[in-house]
Design a protein around this ligand. Sequence first.
Ligand SMILES: [Zn+2]
Length: 315
Amino acid sequence: MTSLTRRHVLGGTAAIALSGHKAFAQTQEQPGFRALKVGDIEVIVLSDGTRRSKLTASPSRSASLEQFQDALAAESLPRDEIATSFQPVLVKNGSRTILIDTGNGPRTLEAGTGRTAANLVAAGVDPKQIDTVIISHFHGDHIGGLVLADGASAFPNAAIKVPLNEWDYWLDDVNMNKAADGSNLQNAHANVRRVFNAIVGKNLAKYEWGKEIAPGITAIGTPGHTPGHTSFVIASGDSKLLVQADVTSGIGLVFVRNPNWFAGGDMDGPMAVATRRKLYDMLAAERMPTTAYHLPFPAVGHIERSGSGYRFTPA
Ligand SMILES: [Zn+2]
């Protein structure tokens, strides 16, 4: 069961102010970061880049290729291309510097991703300054940036905080052996071992849902995409921002509109759908602003009800 309850997201007006840090474009095709305030807390949405690929099969187990193409067209997106963006979130609260998720990592630079480290520097943050890295779940696009190309820790002074339920699933040899079938899931298991073996002993802590795991940041259980998938409420005074992670993954806009479709990589489709509806109903009811890992950069705005699904309105 999800530990997502109304208590966790209730309360207060939720105004946010976007400031104009367009950044640092240089050779990049899109800005590298966007800063906003949540009460007294500075939040910086970082771009890890965009991965583009030809659309040759439906990315959803619930929709045919043609249905998916129609859904892309409805968002004014090309019918024959998948463009997935990735957005870790930096939180500066007083003396604390906290990173939520880490991007695809330096091994993916040639694919147009793995830019989080460079964009941190562009935003004026030295990776050595980061005191805490919070991981939402163990897919490669979220944990890949934990290690440098040479296998060293990318955040040498940070405590690494991971969801207890996620750790218990992925680090279980029984689950790994069950997935040893040549699938993407097998690759994901191997990648988890690679990353966490590299940073073993480096101040790793497991966190539980429903708790404040860093100043102003509360972990909210949103399982389904993975067994321990976690979202976060950032709160300061009357202001709040919900950091979704992969409540919608892949082409996020399509799954916001079609919440009953299993998104790319949703390990438990029905649970992911139930979590999505529950969270989005709350966001719509509370008018709480949100940022999502896989919505188009800078991916900050509001979720509203629309027809049988939802609509994302950028701030
Ligand atoms: Zn993801």
